[in-house]
Design a protein around this ligand. Sequence first.
Ligand code: HEM
Length: 516
Amino acid sequence: MQLEVVDILYTLVALLICYLGWRKQTYWNRVGVPYIPEIPVIGNFSSIFLQLHSNFEYIEHIYHHGRTRASDFFGVNIFTRPALVLRNPELIKKLTCTDAMRFINRQMCADQWHDTIGYYNLLMIREPLWKQLRGFLSPSVTSAKLKRMQPLIEQVGADMMASLDALPEVRPNVRETEFKELCARFTTDVIASTFFGMQANCLKDEQSEFRYYGRKIFDYGPVRGLTMASFFFMPELVPYLRLKLFPRDTEAFLRAIIAQEIERREKTGESRGDFIDSMIALKNNNATLGVKEKIPIKGDILVAQAATFYMASFETTSSVLSFALYELMKNPHVQERLREEIRLIVKKYGQDIPYEAYSNEMPYLGMVISETARLYPVLPFIERLCTLPEGSTGYKLEPFHDYVIPNHMPVLIPIYAIHRDPKYFPNPTLFDPERFAKENLDQIQPCTYMPFGVGPRTCLGSHFGTLQIKIALLKLLSKYRIDRSPSSPETLTYRKNAFTLNSNEGLYAQLVEDAM
Ligand code: HEM
């Protein structure tokens, strides 16, 4: 008898799951939107969630799927939740720029109550708090601030060169290195020095705590990989599972060093005009977040801002820098032309290159970086959450389609696939900086090139990241030529468990002394 009841319950649950799956599966059919077929209930992204595919390759696969190739947008299901993927650049512009305030929030979200550091930061926070917070943080990355940071970045660049000089020679005047780790150490030292006023010493000391805790954020073992996947694909579960955006020990490390530095500066009265000083000012001026409820910016909310800059800064910048070095190794003619441009600048200014020269006098350097960020965008997609005023019936996609996006539907913009779509970038896998030559720029359609995102929610640190990459490339190429080594990978495959673009292969190369 008891067994019968259990059997009935199982059957009911199975029927409910089938019904939900059927409802979901038929949603896109019912609303007349092309969609990618998927396993009911499990949805389209399960293979990414289970780390069977790299999310970059999977998104590219569905973008080119026969059912959706001709459409401006298409539907997918993130488990049981329908989401829209945009293909048409004009539509991307409409949603993220023209009607940006209806799509200003991201769907990924941390738990407000159990994860203050993960929640109250620029990456995660939602309107109306986002605009306030962005206003508080933007002054940390103005051109005047970047100009002040330049000597600090140059100093880290000099440390990087010293660390390379200390490598053993494989032949006279030839050294071998791996770029991913080298660049991560460089960018971690930069963020520590410029934003926190601290010496992280990652380039000098393999045991540096900054590098150890930074690596933990992006070291996607099965647990961390699933945790990060939940933030992207199942934010509803995050509060129930008490997931945290930052590993607990990384959080504790950041909390301790930020508190120490704030206390030290308050005691000594030292002022460096940097990010920590801005944080102290926010705290002492009793700045708050929120409209009705005023949340004071202090304690963990201050730590949250430091943690975000740390997280958003070093991995992204080092990814673009290391792929740029890899492509320069593979394309000697591009490298030679870039070295020639650098040679002229070094001849003109010696070692003291003015800030303005980085923006105005090295166009080819800018072109190489832009092309690297096209071919290797750090994120597979960016995402937004449709957030409409109360009572609204939905967001109309006319004149593109008569479909109406319901409130709270996630919208994905597949930047990796768009950057590699031959319709926008002919011969897309070819590394060709000429695409970004001044005379060719008008061939790039708006909203087809988005390495830093798009609209008002775009990357806050794009100029800071680019400046670091420029300084590092200039320093490296003015002393070394980059050649293939027997360990250099010919082609790259991407890690299945990483959310930022990361190759399985080490980016090995030989550095041949060839000073200017
Ligand atoms: C080459 C290096 C970098 C790349 C490719 C990159 C890329 C991105 C992308 C794609 C986004 C999402 C934008 C969107 O949703 O539209 C983003 C957001 C963000 N990035 Fe970067 N980033 C880089 C460097 C940096 C640096 C150095 C910092 C910090 C100083 C930084 C801070 C941020 C912040 C705070 C956000 C969130 C902005 C917001 O939601 O208002 N990024 N970045």
